[in-house]
Design a protein around this ligand. Structure first.
Ligand SMILES: Nc1ncnc2c1ncn2[C@@H]1O[C@H](COP(=O)(O)OP(=O)(O)OP(=O)(O)O)[C@@H](O)[C@H]1O
Length: 720
């Protein structure tokens, strides 16, 4: 690890305030004093015995006290002197980032430099020696006395961006370097408002719209702290526990935090992700060495309650983070979160005579979400009810402080979007269709927006299971995501969805919160979201990081009034007044009508497939049950055991019929469907294709023709 940062030791007066302690980084700085190479504290590196081919290479030296910063195509070095002492003026680097700081400017890949460095670079053109760059240590070829910027090039040769706008947050040069390489030129509003508060040691409740960078709002100060600690302490205790409601989100947070470390070459910060579905032993091992631990409540609790070492380690954390806090505090999750908090706060002192309540360990609690909903308040046993769906600032505060045992009496409540819950780049619309026509309209919507990364939300796993083969039968690139899938399949589905431009993911609300999949342009709510906050989170999978996107609800006529109320609540101003009206989108009904035969057939084939799979597992279940009871197995009698009549039985009857469909029949339907899919859909009156008189759907689907038949009026995705 490079040791050039002039940071104050933890515990010193201004430990939490990095303002004076951390060097600043300005990739644009030009006039900087240079330090002769030989003034640095070079040390010999032993050459391994097995290095046979020396190629005129006689030795290596390395230096520890140089910080390497890559940004904007510029590599710069912050250096200490030969004896490890700061070069004159180096403290100024820390304080001001001033023009005449004592550091190398570095080498620009685009501009020639007027200095002795240039000669050294010339030297570099001589036969190349091996170069060593290990753990940020800069290596020097003894013979050539050269420091090559080429040596620092890895595969990632892309330029970073100017990060001047981050300077007011007083971050360390390593973090700034990372942000530059991540191309985050300025903090988002929630980052700007939260980072300093967290660095200064406050508890924070942060609310900001979806896709507004909340992860790094807490991630940056945590990594900063980890870096500070690694400079002064050899051992690496657990520093932060980040709890997220879903496995995918936990993994994603892990990826974001890791990227923050690796993009700035910030070695030595261990990140562990602890979620269900993957090896517990491996995760426990990871936890035992990592400083930043991210997990879902269930698996975290499992690990904490079975491993004393893990529990002991986690008790040392200095940050407890609840991402998607309102979800974590609502039904299904809060019990586990509460148990985790109790376990973290439980004293190690087993002296029963000790009546004193145990002193709570110091810890910052950071709570982030785009929404804090009314349900949360009720679940937590609120006395006062609110009128709206979303809690106001005061209510959120008092409930959270009590339940999460904030150490501060008055945590900072930071609400950067007090008026609107929705990200500003989202265009919202609804498509009205008959309740029984949703499958058909979904297909039409997807077909009318080819080359569009689309996320479709349903309210049930069975709907995901049914819609996925239905759309696959129609030749669409569809993947499924729901909580009953094996974890690896879940992660694979998200990965596949992330990679192709025209991919479609059919998911339950497991993907509604937090998932940051780049380039999602269209959200379709196949089922109405169950609550206003879920609408916000589902829709928030598009239009992230100031991009644009669309969110469309498919709804039956009888659902329209409810949808309008829900949208109005989401857009209600803080005074609880007028909501924004949602636009009704007009799908080209001629297209829908033409697509009906193939959609009906595709659905039929999918339903048969689903019934057969379900039948096999039901059959196994009932057979085993019959065996246990010692009775003879009769599939129909078993299934109808309840004797109830109605829609459920109708469905079961249909399922039984579907299970009976023969292979030959299926093959015939498939052939018929292929025939339909291969056919040109003659719209006759299509304005665009009138000259040809026909539209080749296959060719259009393959993207061979520029535009697609028909349109959805009001949803001009390309021009969003
Ligand atoms: N300062 C920044 N500049 C540009 N992009 C950023 C910045 N900070 C974060 N991002 C990017 O913005 C995207 C959204 O960030 P993030 O996932 O943290 O949002 P969020 O507010 O947590 O959203 P949600 O409420 O949906 O969980 C990510 O791709 C992230 O890499």
């Amino acid at each position: 690890m490079v040791k050039a940062n002039k940071r104050k030791a933890p515990g010193s007066a201004s430990e939490s305030n990095t303002k004076d302690a951390l060097p600043r980084f300005d990739p644009k700085a030009r006039k900087r004093q240079r330090v002769a190479l030989d003034e640095l504290g070079w040390q010999s590196v032993e050459i391994p015995d097995n290095l046979d081919d020396y190629e005129g290479f006689f030795g290596l030296e390395e230096v520890d006290d140089v910080e390497v910063i890559k940004a904007s195509g510029l590599i710069s070095f912050h250096a200490k002197g030969k004896d490890g002492a700061p070069q004159p003026g180096a403290e100024d680097v820390a304080k001001e980032g001033a023009e005449d700081e004592d550091e190398w400017e570095g080498f620009s890949e685009s501009e020639a430099e007027e200095s002795s460095q240039e000669e050294e670079l010339e030297e570099e053109k001589k036969p190349k020696p091996a170069r060593v760059l290990k753990s940020n240590k800069v290596a020097k070829d003894k013979e050539l006395g050269a420091l090559s910027f080429e040596a620092l090039e890895d595969e990632d040769t892309e330029e970073g961006v100017d990060v001047t706008e981050w300077h007011s947050l007083n971050l360390s040069s390593g973090i700034l370097s990372s942000l530059s390489n991540l191309k985050f030129s300025k903090p988002t509003p929630i980052q700007k408002a939260s980072i300093t508060e967290i660095v200064e040691g406050h508890d924070v409740i942060g609310k900001a719209s979806t896709g507004s960078g909340k992860t790094l709002a807490y991630g940056i100060p945590i990594v900063e702290k980890a870096l500070q600690m690694s400079q002064t302490r050899k051992e690496k205790p657990a520093l932060a526990l980040i709890i997220a409601p879903t496995r995918e989100l936990a993994h994603q947070i892990g990826v974001h935090v890791t990227a923050l470390c690796t993009k700035g070459n910030l070695d030595g910060v261990g990140v562990a992700t602890i979620t269900g579905g993957l090896s517990m032993q491996k995760q426990e091992r990871l936890l035992s060495t990592s400083q930043i631990i991210i997990g879902t409540p269930g698996r975290l609790w499992e690990v904490m309650s079975t491993s004393k070492d893990a529990l002991h380690r986690l008790k040392e954390i200095k940050f407890l983070v609840l991402d998607e806090a309102d979800r974590l505090l609502s039904q299904g999750h809060f019990q586990e979160v509460e148990e985790i908090i109790n376990a973290l706060d439980k004293s190690d002192n087993t002296d029963e005579n000790d009546d004193e309540p145990p002193a709570l360990r110091p810890r910052q609690t950071l709570v982030f979400s785009a929404t804090f909903h009314k349900g949360l308040q009720q679940k937590l046993g609120a006395k006062n009810r609110t009128n709206g769906d979303l809690m106001d600032q005061k209510e959120s505060m008092s409930y959270l402080i009590k339940k999460l045992r904030f150490r501060q009496e008055k945590p900072k409540f930071i609400d950067v979007n007090p008026i609107s819950q929705m990200a500003t780049g989202i265009k919202e619309g609804l498509v009205e269709c008959g309740a029984m026509e949703k499958d058909l309209y979904l297909y039409a919507m997807l077909l009318l927006h080819p080359r569009t990364r689309t996320l479709v939300f349903t309210n049930s796993i069975s709907a995901v299971r049914r819609l996925t083969p239905y759309l696959q039968n129609l030749g669409l690139p569809v993947a499924a995501l729901h909580s009953s899938m094996a974890q690896k399949a879940r992660l694979r589905a998200v990965e596949r969805f992330t990679k192709a431009d025209n991919s479609i993911l059919i998911s339950t609300d497991v993907a509604a919160r937090g998932l940051d999949i780049p380039g999602v342009q269209l959200i379709i709510h196949y089922h109405l979201p169950r609550a206003a906050d879920m609408y916000v989170h589902r829709s928030g999978r598009t239009a992230r990081a100031e991009r644009k996107g669309a969110s469309v609800i498919l709804c039956a006529p009888e659902e329209v009034a409810g949808v309008r109320r829900l949208i109005a609540r989401v857009h209600a101003t803080s005074g609880g007044t007028h909501g924004k009206a949602i636009a009704t989108l007009d799908v080209d009904r001629r297209v829908v009508a033409r697509l009906k035969p193939r959609a009906t057939l595709a659905k039929q084939i999918a339903d048969v497939g689903v019934a057969k799979v379900k039948g096999r597992s039901d059959d196994k279940f009932f057979r085993e049950a019959a065996e246990e009871l010692g009775v003879e197995y009769d599939s129909e009698a078993m299934e109808n055991g309840s004797g109830r009549q109605g829609r459920g039985n109708m469905r079961k009857k249909k399922e039984r019929e579907n299970r009976e469909v023969s292979k030959d029949q299926m093959a015939a339907w498939r052939a018929e469907l292929n025939g339909l899919l291969g056919q040109r859909v003659n719209l006759g009156i299509s304005e665009r294709y009138i000259a040809q008189g026909v539209v080749d759907v296959e060719a259009l689907l393959k993207g061979e023709k520029g535009d697609f038949l028909g349109s959805v009026k009001g949803l001009d995705l390309e021009n969003l």
